[in-house]
Design a protein around this ligand. Sequence first.
Ligand SMILES: [Zn+2]
Length: 373
Amino acid sequence: MLISAGRVVTPARVFAPGWVLVEGDRIADVGSGVPDRPADVDLPEATLVPGFVDGHAHGGGGASYDTGSREDAAAVTAAHLQHGTTTMMASLVTATPDRLLSSVAELAAAADEGVVAGIHLEGPWLSPRRAGAHDPALLTDPEPALLDALVEAGRGHLRMVTLAPELPGGLDAIRRLTAAGVVSAIGHTEATYDVARAALDAGASVGTHLFNAMRPLHHREPGPIAALLEHPDAYVELIADGVHVHPAALRLAAEAKPHLFVLVTDAMAAAAAADGDYRLGRMTVTVRDGVARLAEGGAIAGSTLTMAAAVQYAVQVAGLPIADVVRAATSTPVALLHLDRVGALRPGYRADLVVLDQDLAVQRVLHCGRWVT
Ligand SMILES: [Zn+2]
């Protein structure tokens, strides 16, 4: 299938016009200009981008990964697929050790089936002072036996763990995870600048939803935000929904790290679903006008974002260049999470692509070489 379009966004540049040749579930070729034979699908007004990759999401379409059920996992992934996300990481909020072990085992089976690309544990090793929507009663200090058991339960599918490095045993946990090939993320943390630096030295490679649920930047104690932003290799996640970060804060991070900022949704069940009451782990979350808050206390509790809405916001409201934004929604999270041959319009990669209209709204989605919308 030969698809031509007004713009085609590849990792290196934007072809205008350009084309993509799909064979089976793979991209066979990509090129600039008008193709040398008539296209099967001609989209002169559209922009073709790779299918989005969401490295941090808890739910969507009314369902949650946190329940640890494969049916729920499939429902979440299907809901986000309709909005152009073709690769999903399953994020789990803080829960009891037994619950986490069983959810990780079940989601590893979902990963075997290709329903999710991997598992991200957010907690239970988080700062009680920056708990956000995590149940404070279940937060604990990192403990090697549980860590090893979770890595084992994941059978290679546990790809990322968010933790607060200042907790007793925090830096050891980062070393242990890094040695096991799991990405360590700094988040829900009171870490000082020095502790955050030590965490990066120990192998941490990303900041979980930069600015949110962490010690804020202060000029005499710049905390984890400055440590992450000035580090040459550290990635930073950002929730570009207009609620979690001001557009100026988004620009600051994106312009500091054009190749290392990652758009994530941190979506909960209400993403791609209606307002109302939802569960996030053991917590009740009320969603009104698309903003999710804890029923008790009112803290922001994840987002109702889709990757498509995040891309649209980052370009149209924050004013970031489309090539940078698309990279942050596709190839950059792939590099962070060590995923294989997804997230770019490049020969040999999985044929996942999104057709955006002139307003950058999703028109059609191709997943594994097949149109799903
Ligand atoms: Zn969080």
